[in-house]
Design a protein around this ligand. Sequence first.
Ligand code: SDX
Length: 436
Amino acid sequence: MSKDLNSHPAGKARLETVGGAHEFPIMAGTVGPSVIDISKLYAETGQFTYDPGFTSTASCESKITYIDGDAGVLLYRGYPIDQLAEKSNFLETAYLLLKGELPSKREFDEFSHAITHHTMVHEQMRSFFSGFRRDAHPMAIMCGVVGALSAFYHDSTDINDPHQRFVASRRLIAKMPTIAAMAFKYSVGQPFVYPRNELDYTANFLHMCFAVPAASYQVSPTLARAMDRIFILHADHEQNASTSTVRIASSSGANPFACIAAGIACLWGPAHGGANEAALNMLAEIGTVKRIPEFVARAKDKSDSFRLMGFGHRVYKNYDPRARVMQQTCHEVLNELGIKDDPLLDVAMELERIALSDEYFIEKKLYPNIDFYSGITLKAMGFPTTMFTALFALARTVGWVAQWMEMIEDPSQRIGRPRQLYTGYTERAYVGLDKR
Ligand code: SDX
């Protein structure tokens, strides 16, 4: 890792508040906004900052992913997402996110061999699945099964042991595709398919999802490439809600499997990773191009809780660079599958055109995000909508693990424990039942 990748002092911020003037150090990183270090604010002023949703708050220092929301830039360890999507593969990108540098051929072969040879799960986990109802949502299964990994792999739960951290991270990355495929097979009532070591990471996943014992199954190289690219796009995204959940869960010393399960639970929400499922359901509800104006009007109506799923982003106030690659991948998959007139794609394309020219969306800087086109692509590949967020979780596991490793190794990190602005009752005496 380059030695000069560190924060450095960049002046002081002066704050006039209770008790007079206070100065706090400004720290700058290699690129992007500098920060005001307010860690001593409460001790010096008796006041907290107040920032619901953390729109202006940096929770940590990180070297993994950089986003410039205004310029529509996303870098994994400095490499632009569109270059990685075009030239790299998911497992190489995983190595990059975890280690900080692209691997040599020998390093990649060793990493790939290690992941390949840890893709099977403990055989007893099969019976764990049978405890779920057949119609259980795959994300409910993923939350349960991933959390249960800590009940099967006790020898990699001590986060203070660097070797156990390495083993846990390898197990999580290697086994997530197997667990996601098992969740899919269970939900469609088909037998589980074991991983196959002669297949690469993403082809192996597609084989476990779509092969059946009754016939041989060849993974389409085009679909495997598209799936692999979709995994690259979803691998990491700096301190988003689910990554922050993993970090705060890890800050208490919880074992890595429990922390990743917490991230999966957070990702499930429709405002976050659940948006791909919600976006496709929305396109289906709109149904035809003619009904788009009705839904655009609802999205603008403050009294209506409806939002255009797949639009808007906390950070991107320009086009999400991943959405552009996703749209291109969507067309490649539809062409490969010979799907010419997908009505959902027609609605999506027209909705995007209308939204990008509508004053409301322009003023609020609402652009399509990664979730807008992924649903159409994944549906065309044969996945039910309920599997979309599980695929997001599969890919994001690499980012969660990379961020978890970085946090554990950061000496400045302590248990995450925000404060509050209290507006409840001041102290009052208990009133007996006979006097209420
Ligand atoms: C992901 O953080 C990450 O990096 C996440 C992610 C990742 O890779 O980890 O990128 C993945 O979660 C992508 C986002 C997927 N979610 C959706 O597509 C759901 C729809 N989008 C919205 O819910 C919303 O845009 C958020 C949650 C994504 C962002 O919410 P913010 O930043 O809190 O923005 P906001 O809710 O404060 O909205 C700002 C304004 C509001 O209007 P006003 O109150 O200012 O009048 O824009 C409006 C909102 O009403 N608005 C929308 C809208 N999104 C925001 N109006 C209509 N449709 C929308 N989709």
